[in-house]
Design a protein around this ligand. Structure first.
Ligand code: SF4
Length: 251
């Protein structure tokens, strides 16, 4: 994804982090919370559903994940036992709508292998693991990168781990909160250094940034009606931004 400087100010890519970034990051959340309320993520009924969703959402729209999850549920495979007993063709057929279904079948199997090897197949035991150790194990699992690992830690296990994604990066760059080089851990530290360590705050903050990314901070930004247009350092939008239809709400 190509991310340039803030479309209104021209600053961002080479900008230094803003002074008083902590208050600005908190203000960002307050604005979005006031606009949307608590978004109540993650959209999943059970711990394993959240984990499956975190893996299936890689490189695809959430609507495709919802279709795959519905098919898993209909086939009675949306449980640790169900995933374990499914044959490869059954699993691939169910998750096909999420794309890259062979890779994702392998990733689900790799997660189950970790669960079985290190926790006797028990999510309850995994839930008692220290955060740093569990994160390291997840990152050592085939097909699980930082965003997926942190989504599992935060949304399946309630750990105070901030999740960053492409939307987070785009918003941070355009507002000059970070400067290159852009790396996952630097972006994550930007938030964890300046925000209270609070799993519920991290949960909803990430959800709110995804909302901004989907509805406003798109490749062609829609700043003119974005709630974050009031943040400090931002000037008048030159010529306005192109109005495009917002996607439906959801993850
Ligand atoms: S769309 Fe919103 S978040 Fe993105 S640059 Fe414009 S004001 Fe900032």
């Amino acid at each position: 994804m190509q991310i340039g400087p803030h479309p209104a100010t021209g600053r961002g890519a080479a900008a230094r982090p803003a002074r008083g970034l902590g208050p600005q990051l908190l203000r960002t959340y307050e604005i979005l919370r006031a606009r949307n309320g608590h978004l109540g993520w993650w959209p999943g009924r059970t711990r394993i559903e959240v984990i499956v969703g975190a893996i299936l959402t890689q490189n695809t729209a959430w609507s495709n994940v919802e279709r795959a999850i519905a098919r898993l549920r209909a086939a009675r495979l949306l449980s640790v036992a169900g995933l374990r007993r499914a044959t490869d063709p059954q699993l691939e057929a169910a998750i096909r709508p999420s794309g890259y279904f062979r890779q994702k079948r392998r990733k689900l199997r790799a997660f189950l292998a970790l669960l079985d090897r290190a926790y006797g197949g028990s999510l309850a035991r995994m839930a008692r693991a220290p955060t740093a150790a569990l994160r390291a194990e997840l990152l050592a699992t085939w097909g699980i990168g930082p965003e997926t690992a942190d989504s599992i830690l935060l949304y399946a296990f309630g750990r105070p781990v901030f999740v960053v994604d492409a939307y987070t990066e785009r918003i941070a760059m355009r507002h000059g909160w970070i400067h290159p080089p852009r790396r996952y851990d630097r972006l994550q530290a930007l938030f964890t250094r300046h925000l209270p360590t609070d799993a519920d705050l991290y949960n909803d903050y990430h959800a709110q940034l995804v909302w901004v990314g989907k509805h406003h901070c798109r490749p062609q930004p829609r700043c003119h009606d974005c709630p974050l247009r009031v943040l400090p350092g931002r000037r008048q939008i030159p010529g306005g931004s192109r109005a495009t239809e917002a996607p439906s709400a959801g993850r």
